[in-house]
Design a protein around this ligand. Structure first.
Ligand code: JFQ
Length: 362
């Protein structure tokens, strides 16, 4: 192990309060950790509270009593923190809602972080954006109206625009700073906003959905941050009910649904809520995204009562949509084989979900 890496691990242990010296006394905090623990306004341009010895580690931040930023191991993935080597911090600012950080990494390109949590990296964003979009849109014939909740980076919009059947796309993102930062640092994603079919609404999605006409959308895609803090409401029953009302009969929802390795209880809760709310099919799918906690991310796919939706076998295969593969840029991850494979679940998850009965109601 190199010097830097060794120092980094030492720092992490000390800062987690897990390491003391041989006398049982707390080890003196090395200068790099002191720097990392300093309050945000005092940081120099190459330092951030989540960056220790040049490594960003996923964490959760909040304002400390003294006004500084305190960070701690994220309760959604206790005992672990994925690290990415930082080359240069490009942007850090507090929006009205969250702390926004962009850095250049050594191996994943630019990285977007909100409140200490990785939202996307240039290298692996394709897996998430392509799957969360085409799993629902390829499951119904000729989608025309789509709503995106969150998704302020524009990546999901970029993917929706491959579907020439789509006539109208609403996107409701609460944080304008995320959109502006994406336009500046992630043009390959923000290109999604340039499609004339896109109608941007900056505001609260829950309010937006309350006023959406009944049956307005063929598909709703919820590209949210993790359900801690304000996003908590996005995994609760009233939210799913408003989505169900906004969908036409046989319309589909695709909702980010965390990791099967870390969040089986959350997945169980979401599935049971959706089974009573959506009267069509309810399915769990997953894919691999190396920079998300545990390296995988799941999606909950639901349809409302009406024409039957077979999520596993796409009725609207991407390969048959003219120009879809190359629109803006080539598809990097999604194809019909990946689509069907995403619904295959490991035995441990099948067991965990078995008490829900036949959860994958067709
Ligand atoms: C990217 N368009 C949005 N959504 C990313 N733990 C979430 C970010 C945080 C992850 C789960 C996905």
């Amino acid at each position: 192990m190199g010097d830097d890496a060794e120092r980094g691990l030492g720092c992490q242990k000390i800062m987690d309060g897990k390491e003391s010296n041989r006398n049982g006394l707390e080890k003196e905090i090395p200068s790099c950790c002191l720097k990392a623990m300093a309050s945000a306004p005092e940081l120099d341009s190459n330092c951030h509270s989540t960056v220790v010895s040049g490594w960003f580690s996923e964490s959760q931040t909040s304002s400390g009593k003294s006004g500084g930023v305190v960070y701690f191991n994220n309760p959604m993935w206790p005992g672990e923190a994925h690290s990415i080597k930082v080359e240069k911090i490009l942007f850090k600012e507090k929006s009205l809602y969250q702390e926004v950080l962009v850095f250049e990494s050594l191996t994943y390109g630019k990285v977007l972080v909100l409140d200490g949590i990785v939202q996307l990296t240039e290298k692996d964003e394709c897996a998430y954006q392509e799957m969360i979009t085409h799993l629902p849109l390829c499951s119904i014939p000729s989608p025309k109206t789509v709503l995106v909740v969150g998704g302020g980076d524009g990546g999901v919009l970029r993917e929706i625009s491959r579907h020439s059947s789509v006539e109208h796309i609403d996107i409701c993102e609460i944080d304008k700073m995320v959109i502006d930062v994406s336009r500046k640092f992630f043009p390959e994603l923000a290109v999604g906003f340039d499609d004339p079919r896109v109608h941007l609404h900056v505001g609260d999605a829950i309010e937006f959905l309350k006023h959406a006409p009944e049956g307005r959308y063929d598909a709703v895609i919820v590209d949210s941050s993790d359900p801690v803090g304000p996003a908590q409401e996005l995994v609760e029953k009233p939210f799913f009910e408003t989505i169900s009302n906004a969908l036409r009969p046989g319309g589909v929802l695709c909702n980010m649904a965390e990791s099967m390795w870390l969040h089986t209880h959350l997945i169980q809760d979401m599935i049971s809520i959706c089974r009573v709310t959506f009267k069509g099919s309810v399915h769990y799918a997953w894919t691999s995204v190396p920079t998300y906690p545990s390296g995988v991310i799941g999606f909950l796919l639901c349809s409302t009562e009406g024409p039957h939706v077979d999520f596993v076998n796409p009725i609207n295969p991407i390969e048959k949509l003219e120009g879809a593969d190359k629109h803006k840029r080539k598809l990097r991850f999604y194809n019909s084989e990946m689509h069907s494979a995403a619904f295959a679940l490991p035995s441990f998850l099948k067991n965990e979900l078995s008490w829900l009965g036949d959860y994958s109601r067709q």
